[in-house]
Design a protein around this ligand. Structure first.
Ligand SMILES: [Zn+2]
Length: 79
């Protein structure tokens, strides 16, 4: 997976465009957080973002549902 592909998938999951992500200063960055579901990329400029994203993906997979935006994951008690 390329960084561009990761950004496109992240944008689709989040219901926004890659243009919107870039306008918010968010780009794919290599990630080595160690989560099994890690795609090797993370969105954001902080490692914390990368870890949260992977936690959300991992917990969604465990429940057999699609990943949700961060705010929703907090409401659901996933974080
Ligand atoms: Zn990661």
């Amino acid at each position: 997976m390329t960084g561009e592909e990761f950004e496109a998938a992240y944008a689709a999951r989040s219901g926004v465009s890659t243009g919107w992500l870039h306008s918010a200063g968010r780009y794919a960055e290599p990630c080595d957080c160690g989560e099994p579901e890690c795609e090797g990329w993370a969105m954001g400029h902080q490692q914390d973002d990368a870890i949260i994203e992977d936690v959300i993906v991992a917990r969604a997979k465990r429940r057999d549902v699609v990943a949700v935006p961060y705010e929703v994951a907090v409401d659901l008690g996933w974080i």
